[in-house]
Design a binder for this molecule. Structure first.
Ligand code: GAP
Length: 460
C-alpha cells in the first residue's frame, strides 16, 4: 500500500465527459436508448482498443507460456449444460403484481416492491443467458445461447491448442470477446451492462502447483492496473467467502476498484480446479487430459482464471485519470491517462490559419499520423485548444508558430505539467516516440539533451 487515502470521483462527471466528448453514448439513443447497452464513440473505441492491446501484449505477446484464441460467440448448447450455466446461472426473482418490475429476491425487504410498494410474487428462477434460435425454425431443438463468458471457448479448445502448439504445461490461453448476460440489476453506467467485453485467461497447470500460480496471477494482474496508471490505494483484494464462491471455484479473489458507487469488482481471479475439463470430458465423451512426457503421467490440469472486463477497466481508468485543477478563474478538467491508453497521442495545433503555417502544420500532422492517432485542430484560441486536448487525455500538443517557419522548430506541450519546450521539427518523431514510450518528460534525445523548458503562460 502507498499509504494514500483512496479517492472517489463523481459518476455524473464521468458520464457527462464521456457523452460530451464522444467516448460513450447510450445505445440506439435516437430511439430513446436500450437499457444497459452502450455504444463507444470515436474516442471510446480508441481507449478500449488500447486497453485490449495493452492486455494482449502483457499476457500473450511478451510471454512464452500463453497463446491467444478467438472462439465463436455461439457454442454447442451442450457447452452450457456442462458448464453449469443452464442450471446454476440464474437468480431467484420476485415480480411486483402492480407495476411488474422484477427484483432480486435477496434485495427486497417486507415482500413489497421497492418502486411502488405493491405486493410481490413468490421468487422464481430466471436464467441470465440470452436465448436465440439457429436456423430458420424457432423451435426448442434449435435453441442456442449468446455466451455469458468467453471462458468456455478456451476449455473446449484445450486439446486443440495443446496438439497444435506442442506447448507444455503450464500453458495459458487468452481471449478477448463479447459476452452477454440478461442482468437483473444493471446500472452504474458501463459497470454492469447486458452486452460487454471480457479479457480472460485460462491458465492450465499441474494439480499441486495451482496455489502458487493463483498467487502469481493475482500479483501480475494487480500490477498491470498499477503500471497503467491506477493508483494502488484505489485497488484492493477481496477474497470470496465460502458461500459466495461460484459453483466451479475452489478459491476466488476479486481485484476491487473504488468506483464512484464504492468498492466493486474489477477483475476476478479464480482457482477452478479440474471442474471444467472434467465436465466437458463427461458431456462430450472426449478425453480432456494431459500427458506429461517427463513423468509419463496422465492428469487433468487445474485451471487458474484471471477474468477481467474491458468495460469495467475502461471505467476504472477513466475514473482514476479524471482530475480538475483550478487555473486562474477557470477549472482545467483533464484526464491523466497513461500514454499507452490515451485515445489521441498527439494534437497538432497551428497558431493561426495563415496559409504557410497551415501547410507546415498539415505536413507534420500527415507525418505523425503514420505512427499514432493524431488530431489536427485550428479552431479557436490556443488556450481553448489545449483545454480540449487535456479533457480527452492527449499527452502532447505540438504548436506551430510563425517562428517555426524560420527556425524549423516547434513547441511540444505536455498535458500534466503544462511544460513547454521547443525542439527541431526534424526530431519531433523521435522525441515523441521516447516520450510516449515512457521516458522522463523533456529529457529528449539525442544523448538526453535537455531543451529549454517553459511553463505555459510565460516564465521559464
Ligand atoms: N469466467 C468467469 C467470469 O465470467 P465473472 O466474475 O462473472 O467471471 C468476470 O466476470 C469479469 O467480467 C468481471 O470481473 C467484470 O469485469 C466483467 N463483467 C461481468 N459481468 C459484467 C457485466 N454485466 N457488465 C460488465 N462487465 C461485466
Amino acid at each position: 500500500m502507498t499509504g494514500q487515502t483512496p479517492t472517489k470521483v463523481d459518476m455524473d462527471k464521468i458520464v457527462s465527459l464521456c457523452r460530451r466528448r464522444g467516448f460513450i453514448f447510450p445505445s440506439s439513443e435516437i430511439y430513446g436508448g436500450l437499457s444497459s447497452c452502450w455504444d463507444y464513440g470515436p474516442l471510446g473505441v480508441e481507449l478500449k482498443q488500447n486497453i485490449k492491446q495493452a492486455w494482449w501484449r502483457a499476457v500473450v505477446q511478451e510471454r512464452d507460456d500463453m497463446v491467444g484464441l478467438d472462439a465463436s460467440i455461439l457454442m454447442h448448447p451442450q457447452t452450457w449444460a456442462a458448464s453449469g450455466h443452464l442450471e446454476g446461472f440464474s437468480d431467484p426473482l420476485v415480480e411486483c403484481k402492480s407495476c411488474h418490475l422484477r427484483w432480486r429476491s435477496d434485495e427486497v425487504k417486507d415482500n413489497s416492491c421497492p418502486s411502488c410498494g405493491g405486493e410481490l410474487t413468490e421468487p422464481r428462477l430466471f436464467n441470465l443467458m440470452f436465448k436465440t434460435f439457429m436456423g430458420p425454425i424457432e423451435e426448442e431443438a434449435s435453441v442456442v445461447y449468446l455466451r455469458p463468458e468467453t471462458a468456455q471457448g478456451m476449455f473446449v479448445n484445450f486439446q486443440n491448442v495443446v496438439n497444435t502448439t506442442r506447448k507444455k504445461l503450464p500453458l495459458g490461453i487468452a481471449q478477448i470477446g463479447k459476452a452477454f448476460r440478461n442482468e437483473i440489476t444493471t446500472g452504474n453506467f458501463i459497470f454492469r451492462s447486458r452486452e460487454f467485453e471480457q479479457m480472460e485467461i485460462e491458465f492450465f497447470v499441474k494439480p499441486g502447483t495451482d496455489k502458487e500460480w493463483f498467487n502469481y496471477w493475482l500479483e501480475e494482474r494487480l500490477n498491470w492496473y498499477v503500471k497503467l496508471g491506477i493508483k494502488r490505494e484505489n485497488l484492493q483484494l477481496r477474497p470470496h467467502t465460502k458461500d459466495e464462491l461460484a459453483h466451479y471455484a475452489r478459491e476466488c479473489i476479486d481485484i476491487d476498484y473504488l468506483f464512484p458507487m464504492g468498492w466493486s469488482e474489477l477483475e476476478g481471479i479464480a482457482n477452478r480446479g479440474d471442474f471444467d475439463l472434467v465436465q466437458h470430458a463427461s458431456h462430450s465423451g472426449k478425453e480432456l487430459n494431459y500427458f506429461d512426457e517427463e513423468t509419463k503421467e496422465h492428469f487433468v490440469p487445474y485451471i487458474i482464471e484471471p477474468s477481467a472486463g474491458v468495460d469495467r477497466s475502461a471505467l476504472a481508468f477513466l475514473c482514476d485519470a479524471y482530475d480538475e485543477e483550478s487555473d486562474n478563474d477557470e477549472i482545467r478538467v483533464l484526464l491523466h491517462l497513461h500514454p499507452t491508453l490515451a485515445p489521441i497521442k498527439v494534437a497538432v495545433l497551428p497558431l493561426s490559419r495563415r496559409e504557410k503555417l497551415v501547410a507546415l502544420a498539415k505536413q507534420i500532422y500527415a507525418d505523425l499520423r503514420q505512427r499514432w492517432m493524431v488530431q489536427y485542430d485550428d479552431a479557436q484560441s490556443i488556450g481553448r485548444r489545449y483545454r480540449r486536448q487535456d479533457e480527452i487525455g492527449t499527452p502532447f500538443c505540438i504548436t506551430i508558430d510563425f517562428q517555426s517557419l524560420e527556425d524549423e522548430q516547434a513547441t511540444i506541450r505536455e498535458r500534466d505539467t503544462m511544460n513547454q519546450i521547443r525542439i527541431p521539427i526534424s526530431e519531433l518523431k523521435t522525441a515523441l516516440a521516447a516520450k510516449l514510450g515512457g521516458e522522463e518528460l523533456f529529457v529528449l534525445p539525442p544523448g538526453g539533451k535537455i531543451w529549454k523548458v517553459e511553463r505555459e503562460g510565460g516564465e521559464l
